[in-house]
Design a protein around this ligand. Structure first.
Ligand SMILES: [Zn+2]
Length: 389
């Protein structure tokens, strides 16, 4: 396989620094950074023109992009994988809300089996959002913990689940969390009205992360007038074992709420997600969905019901989310970049992802000044190049 030298860039080492120099790639891996003067035998040399080069972005919670919806099947999975490079995404967990009806497990099996055919992005596995949730929303089923159903889901997906999201207050959830950990599946918490003790029990059982934190995280009922109820939000903020993620679109969560989580968790405990859906990444307009209504997409807004205007999902893309976080958080940029790269890689246990250092996979994005991707590589292979207008 060929080698690649990206010269004259400011390269981001997430959590550490932003430095000037070159990045040398061989056989899909980064082999040197900084001054690489001796690299004479390089097949492909690119002048970065002093632009920013970062590790590719990693989205651990996304339902779709542009015209594709992952749960629709393998064709949508492949179509989405071809579009993600333009948003700087090189690793993704296609996220599926289980609809427990006839044929659903077959559909899940087809989607899981299609993962190796989506070659233009890395897919470590699926993120299954449900069905063992305590609070519905976004068509999410609310079933009690059922080990038999879990085994059916595990066998249909044939080892290709990376994450399952559950609620700490779902009846009989602890055996589900323990079984998922046996399979090395990362457990996220969400859609909840849990008490502190229920949340702590879920963390003790092996849950490690809260997804679209604050959204669909309700406080338990007030027990004594004048005493503010505490629940999953406080338990998660207080527990150093748990990290959190945010839909950083300025609609689903206020920047101050993200800053509060960063103050509790430090930069290393906060992750950027999109939770994106059909319409994300498309120009402003009205688009068809499989849900019986159209959605309206506009700049700097979430997706909304085309006529009734209520929130109908996220239209965020990872590049815009990263631009928002860089603007909102008063942190060194390398710490903010970690939220879209190193932190999600660590959460999933992906040691060669999310870093820009010798030995890491050459998943790289060269960024223009407006933080849109100019070029994207996955394991050293070019998957996106912006057309010169
Ligand atoms: Zn979701």
């Amino acid at each position: 396989m060929s080698s690649l030298l990206i010269r004259n860039v400011r390269f981001v080492e997430p959590g550490q620094s932003v430095r000037s120099g070159d990045v040398l790639v061989h056989n899909g891996r980064i082999v040197a950074t900084g001054s690489t003067g001796g690299a004479a035998q390089v097949a492909d040399v690119i002048d970065g023109g002093g632009r920013l080069l970062s590790p590719g972005l990693i989205d651990v919670h996304t339902h779709g992009i542009m015209h594709s919806l992952y749960e629709a099947g393998p064709d949508d999975l492949r179509a989405a994988s071809r579009e993600l490079g333009r948003f700087g995404v090189t690793t993704v967990l296609p996220t599926i809300v289980p609809q427990i009806r006839d044929g659903w497990l077959d559909r899940l099996a087809e989607i899981a089996a299609a993962i190796p055919t989506a070659s233009e992005v890395c897919i470590p596995g699926l993120h299954i959002e449900g069905p063992f949730m305590a609070v519905g929303g976004a068509a999410c089923p609310t079933l009690p913990g059922d080990l038999g159903l879990l085994e059916q889901i595990l066998s249909a997906s044939a080892g290709r689940i990376a994450v399952m999201s559950v609620s700490p207050d779902t009846p009989n959830i602890l055996p589900i969390i323990r079984r998922l950990r046996q399979e090395k599946i990362t457990v996220f918490l969400t859609h909840t009205r849990a008490e502190v003790e229920e949340t702590e029990a879920a963390l003790d059982a092996g849950a490690v992360h809260a997804t679209h934190f604050y959204d669909v995280f309700y406080a338990p009922a007030e027990k004594e007038p004048g005493a503010r109820p505490v629940g999953a939000v406080e338990a998660i903020l207080a527990d150093p074992r748990a990290s959190v993620d945010f839909i950083a679109d300025g609609v689903h969560v206020h920047p101050t709420a993200i800053r509060a989580a960063v103050a509790a968790k430090t930069w290393a405990g906060v992750v950027l997600i999109t939770d994106s859906n059909i319409g994300a990444g498309l120009p402003a307009g009205v688009y068809d969905t499989p849900w019986g209504f159209q959605v309206k997409v506009a700049p700097n807004d979430a997706a909304r019901h085309a006529t009734k205007n209520f929130l109908a999902g996220s239209a965020l893309t990872m590049d815009r989310g990263m631009a928002n976080l860089l603007r909102w958080l008063k942190l060194p940029p390398e710490q903010v970049w970690a939220m879209g790269t190193l932190n999600p890689a660590r959460l999933l246990g992906l040691e060669r992802k999310g870093r820009l250092a010798p030995g890491a996979d050459a998943d790289l994005v060269l960024w223009d000044e407006d933080l849109t991707a100019a070029r994207t590589w996955v394991r050293g292979i070019s998957v996106y190049e912006k057309l010169i207008r």
